[in-house]
Design a protein around this ligand. Structure first.
Ligand code: ADP
Length: 249
């Protein structure tokens, strides 16, 4: 289980062209994701959600503020230490990001091979993971033979391979139909409950938040404009953005 703390985090990108103003992607965002919590960050396109995720997994550096993943301050570690912290972070994506040239087992095995686990152990671990996501019978299938929901389940198995304490989900169900989304969300709930993994997800879909999140941060123009218990935030929204999302539920 892993706690994630963002403290007054800001991220600016250089503006395009000479003398252009910098782009403020994230500004003064503080989020405390308790260990074992499912925390959703919801916002419209351009709100700063993906930037936030890239800061948490150390793919990018914050311009200001601090980010702690467990006891590690990922925002200030040298790159080689960031890689170590990243082994405690699993990640799943809207477009699944699987290897098309590898079968299901090989996709799931990939992070284990990278981590240097011996082949017999990898085999056992892959079998265990496929069992957990309900894809034991697809071990030798190629990804283009799978439905979207099955692809995301492979993505989840791969993300869990190295036993991370934190799972980051980037619009994980946005490419799926509503019924399949429900199945994938149910699996994420099991990941959280049965394995105790903290989940930080970003989404523009109110259904996702309502379905699995414990707490939510509403983002607008780079800022966290509301935050709290999902029911509390959306039963009495204080900003126009939160009100709009609440209305879609
Ligand atoms: P969201 O994920 O909520 O759609 P993003 O984090 O992708 O939002 O983007 C937030 C803002 O930061 C947008 O205005 C976007 O154009 C800008 N932005 C994101 N990444 C970059 C980048 N690499 N360079 C310049 N601007 C960026």
């Amino acid at each position: 289980m892993t706690r994630v703390q963002l403290i007054d985090v800001g991220k600016q990108y250089p503006g395009r062209g000479k003398g252009a103003e910098p782009v403020v992607a994230v500004e003064d965002v503080s989020i405390d994701v308790a260990s074992g919590e499912i925390h959703a960050v919801i916002g419209y396109s351009g709100a700063g959600k993906s930037t936030l995720l890239r800061l948490v997994n150390g793919l990018e550096r914050a311009t200001s503020g601090r980010i702690l993943v467990g006891e590690h301050e990922i925002s200030s570690l040298p790159e080689r230490r960031v890689r170590d912290v990243r082994t405690n972070i699993g990640m799943i994506f809207q477009q699944f990001n699987l290897f098309h040239s590898k079968n299901v087992s090989k996709n799931v095995e990939y992070p284990l091979a990278l981590a240097g686990m011996p082949a017999p152990e990898r085999k056992a671990r892959v079998a265990e993971l496929l069992e957990f996501v309900g894809l034991s019978d697809k071990a030798t299938a190629y990804t283009d033979q799978l439905s979207g929901g099955q692809k995301q389940r492979v993505g989840i198995a791969r993300a869990l391979a190295t036993n991370p304490g934190l799972l980051l989900a980037d619009e994980a169900t946005s490419a799926l139909d509503p019924e399949t989304s429900q199945e994938v969300l149910a699996l994420l709930r099991r990941v959280n409950l049965e394995l105790g993994i903290t989940i930080l997800l970003i989404t523009h879909e109110m259904d996702v938040v309502r379905e699995i999140a414990h707490r939510v941060t509403v983002m607008d123009s780079g800022r966290a404009v509301e935050q709290g218990d999902v029911f509390d935030v959306f039963s009495s929204p204080k900003t126009e953005t939160a009100r709009k999302f609440a209305a879609t539920a």
